[in-house]
Design a protein around this ligand. Structure first.
Ligand SMILES: [Zn+2]
Length: 215
């Protein structure tokens, strides 16, 4: 694999912007502007595969999709550290698909950079109702204020949990103790530790991620 390790798909060296155009699937480009788009439909799911993003220091900082990772590489922002055994083909070239990329410039990541949002709370709680332990699709979960808002409970990482509609109804305007419910675990802010756990989960089937996630 050696020669391909750093993604020099062009014999001469770096990717070119022209190659970038050919890689971006048609769904992201104006109709008719990509006459030579040769990415077949079966490649669409490959473009959504997760890619581990490392900081310049090799610290894992994020998970993105193949499509976005390849754009970062084409822009010269990142380089591939590990590759899938798969390729996408543009008009002129075959491009190896990254599994792990690394940013070329160090990026400062604040300890708690995750925004407090419904999406991130469901992610933190892994789509698991924190009262009954059931795992649900996002559409069947709501956010519960552990201490109800009517009782002064705030909208914070420590007071919001994923909750199924049935438990939410059962709990009503009460604290968990009053409702006879028990939290699966104490809600905490989304920390780098949480993120790394999620990265491990997502990357579980890709052993190329392991050495970066300290398995
Ligand atoms: Zn529940």
């Amino acid at each position: 694999m050696g020669a391909n390790r750093h993604m020099s798909a062009n014999p001469g060296g770096r990717f070119t912007p022209e190659a970038a155009c050919a890689i971006v699937p048609s769904s992201e480009s104006p109709a008719g502007s990509r006459p030579h788009n040769t990415i077949s439909m079966r490649r669409t799911s490959l473009m959504q595969e997760p890619v581990l993003v490392l900081n310049a220091t090799y610290e894992p900082i994020n998970v993105t999709a193949v499509r976005r990772a390849m754009v970062l590489m084409l822009k010269g922002v990142a380089q591939a550290e590990e590759l899938h055994n798969a390729e996408v083909h543009s008009a002129a070239h075959a491009h190896k698909v990254p599994s792990v990329i690394r940013l070329l410039a160090y990026r400062h990541i604040p300890q708690q950079s995750r925004a407090l949002s419904r999406k991130n709370i469901l992610l933190r709680d892994r789509n698991t109702c924190q009262f009954c332990g059931g795992v649900f699709p996002s559409s069947e979960l709501t956010l519960d204020h552990v201490v109800p808002r009517s009782r002064g409970g705030r909208s914070s990482w420590e007071n919001l949990v994923a909750c199924c509609y049935q438990c939410n109804n059962n709990k009503g305007d009460r604290t968990p103790e009053e409702a006879g419910l028990k939290l699966a675990r104490r809600p905490r802010p989304f920390t780098l530790h949480t993120s790394r756990q999620l990265m491990r989960l997502i990357g579980h089937r890709d052993e190329r991620w392991r050495k970066y996630l300290f398995y």
